[in-house]
Structure formats: C-alpha cells, structure tokens
Design a protein around this ligand. Sequence first.
Ligand SMILES: NC(=O)c1ccc[n+]([C@@H]2O[C@H](COP(=O)([O-])OP(=O)(O)OC[C@H]3O[C@@H](n4cnc5c(N)ncnc54)[C@H](O)[C@@H]3O)[C@@H](O)[C@H]2O)c1
Ligand SMILES: O=P(O)(O)OC[C@@H](O)[C@@H](O)[C@H](O)[C@H](O)CO
Length: 385
Amino acid sequence: MKAVHFGAGNIGRGFVGLLLHEAGYEVVFADVADALIGQLASTPSYVVHEVGEDPTTRTVDNYRALNSRSQEEEVIAEIATADIVTTAVGPSVLKFLAPVIARAIARRDRELEPLQIMACENAINATDLLHREVEHTYDGAALDLAARAVFANTAVDRIVPNQAEGQGLDVTVETFFEWVIDRTPFSGRTPDIPGVTWVDDLAPYIERKLFTVNTGHAAAAYFGYAAGAEKIADAMADESVASRVRAVLGETKELLVARHGFDAGEQEAYVQKILHRFSNQHLPDTVVRVGRAPLRKLGRSERFVAPAAGLAERGMNPEALLGAMEAALSFSAPDDPEVAALAEILATQDPAEATTSITGLDAGHPLFGAVRDLVARHGRGQHGS
Ligand SMILES: NC(=O)c1ccc[n+]([C@@H]2O[C@H](COP(=O)([O-])OP(=O)(O)OC[C@H]3O[C@@H](n4cnc5c(N)ncnc54)[C@H](O)[C@@H]3O)[C@@H](O)[C@H]2O)c1
Ligand SMILES: O=P(O)(O)OC[C@@H](O)[C@@H](O)[C@H](O)[C@H](O)CO
C-alpha cells in the first residue's frame, strides 16, 4: 500500500504521515522545501514525540521523499500507482497541486482501484476545493475522473507547533489527535487507517472543530499577542486572555448547539478539553504560528467571520468574536506576508470597502456594520493602521 503525502511540514510528519505509516502504508512525502526533502530522503526514520499527559514516542520509517517542483514527473509516476493522496500544505496551495494530481490520475491504470484523495487542511471542505481544481485541469472526461478517483473531505485535529532549530526531522506534538473523514464518497471501500473516525455527515464535525479549536486558538494568539505573550500556553495562563477566549468559545458553542443540535453539555466538555490542550506547557507553540495568515483567518468561511455571521443572522450580537477580530487587525509578525497585505488594505481602503475586502461580507449582512466600525478604528489615518 502506498500513500503520497504533499507537505512534509508539522502536520505532515507529525500526524498524517504518522497515521498512514502506522496503518501500513509506504509514505512518499512530496514537498517544495529542498533542504527538508533532502533530509528526509537521506534519513531512514524520524521520531514523533507526543508530549503532555501520557507522553510517548513513535518512530516513522518506510518512507521516501521527492521534491514536487524539481521531481514533478517522479511525483506523478508515484501518484499514478498510489492508493491514497493526502495534503497538508495550507488551503491556498491546493491549486498548485491540482495539475500534478490531475495528470497522475489520467495516467493511472484503469484496473487500479480509484485513488483516494483527502486534503487535511484547516478549511471547510478543503477536498472539494482540490477536487474542483483537479477537474479544471483534468485532461479527460468527467465521468472518467469520477471512476478513477474518490475525493473525501476531512477534519484533522492535532496541535503541532513549529519545531525547534536543530531538532532535525523529529516532531514534537500533543498526545491528542482526531481525524474525521466523510465516509460517503468511498462506496463502502474506506481505507483501513486506525485512529480515523468515519462519519456520514462531516459538516457538524468540521464546523465544530474549526469554530472551537481554531477559533479559540486564534483568539488566544491575537489576545495573547496584545498582552505580550510569546507562547500560547503563557497567553492562556493570563486570566485576562483566557477569559476572553472562553467568551469567544461561549459564543461559538451557542451557534454550534443551535445549528447542529450538539448536546450543550457535550459541547461544553469539548470546549473545556480544548482549553486544557491550549494550556499544555510541554508544547512550545507560539502566538506567531497560531496567528499566522490573519487575512485567511478573517475570511468569510473562516473561524471568526463564519460563526459571527451565523450568530448575527440569528439576531445575536457576537461581541467576543468581534473583539477577537479586532485583535487580529492589530496582530503583527515580521515574516508574515498576510500581515503586510492586511495593513495595506487597512491603510488604503475606506472602512466599508476594507470590510468587504477582508471578510467577504456584503454591506447588507447583519454583521457588516459592527465589523466596519472596528475596521474604521484600525483603518486609514487611525492609530491602529
Ligand atoms: N500544525 C497544526 O497544528 C495543524 C493541525 C491541523 C491542521 N493543520 C493544517 O495543515 C496544513 C499544514 O500546516 P502545517 O502546520 O503542517 O504547516 P507547515 O508550514 O509546517 O507545513 C506545510 C508544508 O507544505 C509545504 N508546501 C508548501 N507549498 C507546497 C507545494 N506547492 N507543494 C508541496 N508542498 C508544499 C511547505 O514547504 C511545508 O513543508 C495547514 O492547512 C494547516 O492549517 C495544521
Ligand atoms: O493552521 P492554521 O493557520 O489554520 O491555524 C493555526 C492553528 O490553530 C492550527 O494549526 C491548530 O494547531 C490545529 O488546527 C489543531 O488541530
């Protein structure tokens, strides 16, 4: 059994690659980072350190590594004979993988089982996005594509921080993990990956994960940054930060319970567990990593605006979420291109225009006015710009 995994970074090595390896797959890592691929190609194994309660270490071997830019043809040949393709590259990168995957599917032997494709990104229905991109570039009939590949949405959850300098390929991760996959596209032939939860309706799970783990995490990062914290665990140890994160998750809990019918007590237990995970002092996770790409995180279907919009549509005022969005506007990290892009929008566009550019909200939406007001406080000519 062979899996090709795009993105040999934190979650790639520390979670998806690990679970596929433990399921018995040979994993071919494909990445554009030359040094990383060189290191993987020349090292027979690496170690995943799970830290926190019940710490343990796991060894990953039986893998190969290819540079998906300079060894594109080799990657295509690997995918053409693989069982599974997974990705963990960031949602905005999926469009660059699509032509390679499309060419590999077209080259696939018709006798082979359909290729099983799962994007493991923090975004709602990221695999659908990849599927659409593959369809655009696929050189063959749509029917043929449907017969040769299965695209399944997933929700992945494990906190994997940026790794310390000098740690090589080894990865430090939390002990917790959850990988939920939509069972429906597989027509009963789901791969056997121990640890995966298969569901018939992914929507509640992906929204619960994104609007609890990622909303709370990003809120901790932006409030923590404002409070001068470097590590997420330190941010959470500051009660002024933790209480605002709790308030944010109180709001998303209200929406999730109302929209998906989650039991309020179970959702509260889920929230508490996640707050505990954020406070894991063994995990060297930083506000800079968790706050990365603030423009993406302020997008329409993302962790702040989507739940806040859902609450506003129900006539509620998502005050805590708006506070987190405002904190996001003040976030800064030296090497983050989205920080600069966000600053440019705030500096050059009027508040209404900037609100739509950043959040995708249209002027008629019940959340629009409140967001425009906070954007105005950080926009053209204001102190926060
Ligand atoms: N780290 C986490 O805790 C975590 C948890 C769940 C989900 N995720 C999601 O997983 C994805 C990856 O996150 P990460 O933290 O591992 O980031 P990362 O930066 O550590 O890894 C991303 C990797 O993708 C590679 N890459 C970029 N462009 C590529 C391309 N065109 N082709 C092949 N590889 C390419 C990069 O070189 C890098 O090695 C994101 O969507 C993130 O939201 C992360
Ligand atoms: O990866 P991002 O930038 O979408 O979000 C940053 C973190 O919140 C995220 O990576 C979490 O660690 C992860 O989603 C936990 O499952």
